[in-house]
Design a protein around this ligand. Structure first.
Ligand code: NAP
Length: 475
């Protein structure tokens, strides 16, 4: 753990194991921190805030720029660490490191653009000026599915704004977090400005984050259940809150779309990260007239996927994160089949060729999915593509919006008017129109409804870490 610039063990010297989900092997051990460690880290961050918040934006920018350079230099090492503890294919891990580094560069630039404004007054003797100031100590909690970029998407803007940070990474992926913090420290982030607490018992650390009066903001990425619980407690103590939570993305393929192109898109985005992405399509609505061509293409592309260790050449889909994830995916598929869905391909755990030692589930396509099935409502977070047919636009739109989530949605159509109508009517924070990757450091990422509060990335991302101060001057 990194506390006040020192790499530290847990108080009792306790550690927990890090597991490779492709084969169940222990690949590392990290300190098992607790509430006392979190408190020490918050104290360090509060002390460091005094000087860090006074540094110039240009000085902070230079450090983030250096961190960006270092992250790119260490892309291979970071990617290998990620594949080892998270399981994604090495190529995908490299792409994630690039995406993670993008946030460091973006916020190195945005640090210099936290402009204020002057506002005309109705009084001749009065002037208004508006300035922005860092909110203070930020407590951050990140998930395991994107173990590097979820950190830089929070720590990048926090540092750029002049905040100090205490991060608790996911239990499954602490090694990636440690490497990110090594880079930040080497880039010149001063002692105490960034602090890292690893733990196998997140609740007491989370409790310290939301109750300690020195913490001024909580930023959380993870499940909706945990996010709501933490946000509720943080709000009770009047802390600022940003939450990036779960999703249940609809993917709409209209009758004028090219079903082959759309099916290629679904295959790429649905099975990315073994379906463990918050913007993963979870209900694929295909117009009745296109469904056969769509399913044929999807099926043949899925058949060409190869599951295995992310380090093996040719592997395109890695394991799920743990046994619990396999159980959840299996339960959703079994429920759908029991209620009448057809398994087009997959539908089973993968156990041959040594895969039984890991947490593999076959990439699966289900057809004939209906609203009474669990998969229609619950986030799957696994490699299952559930297909639902529709006949009219309004029916499809109504079904797409019929979810408590509001993170991402996808629309495939060649009709610009229909695309615009859908863009306006879909109740989601991110809409891909004939596009499966509507995400970049420069673009706002976040959701509506149960998918969260606030936005990350883009110029909005830094404002989540800034207070607004108004000066009224009588002259
Ligand atoms: P999770 O169980 O909520 O865990 C997320 C983080 O919260 C982990 O660091 C976890 O620690 C921690 N945590 C769990 N219980 C806690 C508690 N009581 N107090 C404090 N911290 C606690 O979610 P997950 O299963 O890891 O991640 C998957 C979820 O994240 C999905 O729903 C996905 O959609 C969402 N997600 C959203 C976005 C987005 O940008 N909207 C991006 C990625 C993922 P441990 O690891 O020790 O349990």
């Amino acid at each position: 753990m990194l506390i006040n610039g020192n790499w530290a063990d847990a108080n009792e010297g306790t550690t927990f194991d890090v597991i490779n989900p492709a084969n169940g092997e222990v690949v590392g051990q990290v300190p098992d921190g607790d509430a006392a460690t979190a408190k020490a880290a918050i104290d360090a961050a509060a002390t460091a805030f005094g000087s860090w918040s006074k540094t110039t934006a240009h000085a902070r920018s230079a450090i983030l720029y250096k961190a960006w350079q270092l992250m790119l230099e260490r892309k291979e090492d970071l990617a290998r660490t990620m594949t080892m503890e998270q399981g994604k294919p090495l190529r995908a891990a490299r792409t994630e490191v690039q995406y993670a580094a993008d946030f460091l560069l973006w916020f190195a630039e945005e640090a210099k653009r936290t402009y204020g404004e002057t506002i005309p007054s109705a009084r001749a003797d009065q002037r208004f000026i508006v300035s922005h100031y860092p909110v203070g100590v930020v407590a951050a909690i990140t998930p395991w599915n994107y173990p590097v970029s979820m950190i830089t998407r929070k720590v990048g803007p926090a540092l750029a704004a002049g905040c100090t940070v205490v991060l608790k990474p996911a239990e499954a992926t602490p090694l990636s977090a440690i490497k990110v913090f090594e880079i930040l420290a080497e880039a010149g982030v001063p002692d105490g400005v960034i602090n890292l607490v690893t733990t196998s018992n997140p609740a007491p650390v989370g409790e310290e984050f939301v109750s300690n009066p020195l913490v001024r903001k909580l930023t959380f990425t993870g499940s909706t259940a945990v996010g709501k619980m933490l946000a509720g407690k943080a709000a009770g103590n009047m802390k600022r809150v940003s939450c990036e939570l779960g999703g249940h993305a609809p993917f709409l393929v209209f009758d004028d779309a090219d079903p082959v192109h759309a099916a290629k898109g679904v295959q790429l985005v649905k099975f990315l990260n073994t379906g463990q992405a918050c913007i993963s399509p979870n209900r694929i609505f295909v117009h009745q007239s296109k469904v056969d061509a769509f399913v044929d293409t999807l099926q043949s592309r899925v058949a060409g996927m190869q599951a295995g260790s992310g380090f093996e050449e040719g592997v395109t889909i890695g394991p799920l994160v743990d046994e619990r994830a396999v159980t959840k995916v299996s339960a959703q598929v079994d429920d759908a089949v029991a209620k009448g869905a057809e398994v087009v391909c997959g539908g089973n755990r993968l156990i041959s060729n040594g895969l039984d030692k890991g947490f593999f589930y076959a990439p699966t396509v289900l057809r004939g999915v209906t609203p009474d099935m669990l998969i229609y409502r619950e986030e799957t977070f696994g490699p299952v593509a559930p297909i639902i047919t529709f006949e009219d636009d309004q029916e499809a739109l109504k079904m797409a919006n019929d979810t408590s989530y509001g993170l991402a949605a996808y629309v495939y159509t060649r009709d610009i008017s229909r695309a615009m109508r859908m863009f306006e009517a879909l109740e989601f924070g991110i809409i891909g129109v004939n596009d499966i990757n509507p995400s970049a450091a420069s673009a706002p990422f976040g959701g509506m409804k149960d998918s969260g509060l606030g936005r990350e990335g883009s110029r909005e991302g830094i404002s989540e870490y800034l207070e607004t101060k108004l000066g009224g001057f009588a002259i």
